[in-house]
Design a protein around this ligand. Structure first.
Ligand SMILES: [Fe+2]
Length: 200
């Protein structure tokens, strides 16, 4: 992926704090913009992981969980049709819809090496941590006869060490993301193994 530095660190308007899309609006935006089913599934998977993490690990209420879920659901929304405008197009769209800054910042910081925006909040950091690992574990599930069933941490770690497996997924980026989140990579992997099978 080429660098697409956003050139700014401030997103949205603080006056819009608390403004989110309704779930059906967010799903419609996802379906309208993302025609590639595999990419849509990726965002649904990351959205679910974000929602479950917010609920189980951060003990957030439903509104808090939805903020995390919405960031996951839309983080790559412009990648399918406008790869050259990733992720500035979805940011501009959410700003035009008066969405709160926190959700937009999470999307803007999900690839600090590419977009030049540092993940700051817990939500920012977990979106970055889940993004690539979710895809790698999904790819692993596809090559296992029983999918996620019986999948173990050590199997995922083995795939991580195999450079030819999901070769486009940067291992350094994954480790960097977990370090920034302050969560051991094993915990993130186990969480994904336990939850991701619910999104097919
Ligand atoms: Fe992604």
């Amino acid at each position: 992926m080429k660098n697409r530095l956003l050139g700014r660190n401030v997103f949205g308007d603080p006056a819009n704090q608390g403004n989110v899309l309704a779930k059906d609006e967010a799903v419609k935006l996802l379906n309208d913009w993302v025609l590639n089913e595999r990419l849509r599934l990726h965002m649904q998977q990351v959205a679910y992981l974000m929602q479950r993490w917010a609920a189980e690990k951060e003990q957030l209420d439903e509104a808090g969980q939805w903020r995390w879920e919405m960031a996951g659901l839309l983080h790559d929304a412009d990648w399918d049709q406008w790869p050259d405008q990733h992720c500035s197009k979805i940011i501009t769209e959410l700003e035009a819809r008066n969405i709160e800054p926190g959700i937009i910042h999470a999307i803007a910081s999900h690839g600090p090496d590419y977009f030049g925006v540092e993940p700051e909040t817990k939500m920012d950091k977990m979106l970055f941590a889940f993004d690539e690992l979710s895809g790698l574990i999904y790819a692993y599930s596809l090559m296992r006869p029983e999918g996620y069933k019986g999948m173990e941490l050590k199997g995922v770690k083995k795939r991580l060490k195999e450079k030819s497996f999901a070769a486009n997924v940067s291992r350094e980026e994954i480790q960097d993301a977990c370090n920034r989140a302050g969560i051991p990579i094993d915990e993130v992997i186990n969480f994904i193994i336990q939850h991701q099978s619910f999104v097919q």
